[in-house]
Design a protein around this ligand. Sequence first.
Ligand code: NAI
Length: 334
Amino acid sequence: MRVAVFSTKPYDRDFFDRANAAHGHRLDYHEAHLSAATTALIDGAEAVCPFVNDRIDADVLRAMADAGCRLVALRSAGFNNVDLAAAAALGIAVARVPAYSPNAVAEHTLALILTLNRKIHRAYARVREGNFALDGLLGFDLAGKTAGIVGTGKIGLIAARILAGFGCRLVGYDPFPSAEGRALGIEYTTFAELLPQADIVTFHCPLTPETRHLLDAAAVKRLKPGAMIVNTSRGAIIDTRAAIAGLKSGQIGSLGLDVYEEEADLFFEDLSGQVIHDDVFARLLTFPNVVITGHQGFFTQEALTAIAETTLANLTAFERDGTPLHPVTVEKIA
Ligand code: NAI
């Protein structure tokens, strides 16, 4: 079938072209985000394939319906950017890639933890300048420290397993505690009780109305003073202004982010020649104890291969049966 693929980069095209050899769909690649302003690019396609920062709102869905386009095939696990109720009302199916490589994101979480703890970002810059002084690079042993895992699903459990391998004690918060988590040694508790115990708090829960600004000013106050915070989940789980206040007071000892609540205007683009207009983000960049990556947790060969294969399998199943392999339904958000 004909598919309009939005927000594409050269690496997306490489992985999709390779996987499409087994499917034979016609893929029209567009660099533009999918939004109400770009629906003209659908241009006869029967499905759209958007990415995490495309907004598939009621206007976009109405334009799709008018153009006879019947499927939103997300190439992501998260679906917080689709108006599912509007899609259902218009008879547009929504599909996603429920799991591609939880290892990729869990391992990136550890990359942030180790970088922040042993100050690799600063050491790298110093050594290149011929500065071999160690002042300011002091870290701590992970062995024996307490790691708090918020959300113990696929990614959280792998992060927990790796942290257990470092000799960390594990505490966890999840409305649905997992037996596998308990077997790994996770001691489940409430979010409020997790905060004062953890030397490291890492977020692996989805963005929902309940988790929006889960780490707010009140939660920052409850942290163990000097705690490390890591978020590879979705940006809006952390109230960035509260985190900045926590960094300034020392209540937050270090902060590692792969996601940011206003990332849609920044991430995935080369803005190195431009002025950044987001003053909150610009303030974050000034801290020596903050490391930010631009939503690259998923960015491994294994994950990109799995994303392309599952997305194309969704399209093929929809073309054959009228239902994608991994549908997202309104009940999923209830
Ligand atoms: P998952 O669905 O396997 O696990 C999510 C867990 O969070 C579940 O156990 C669920 O019960 C729990 N949860 C739900 N509400 C919660 C709450 N209020 N408080 C605490 N926990 C709660 O999802 P998976 O695959 O582990 O992914 C986790 C998140 O990672 C995704 O929602 C997505 O936002 C993010 N992600 C980030 C990527 C990146 O590149 N940085 C790539 C892929 C996913």
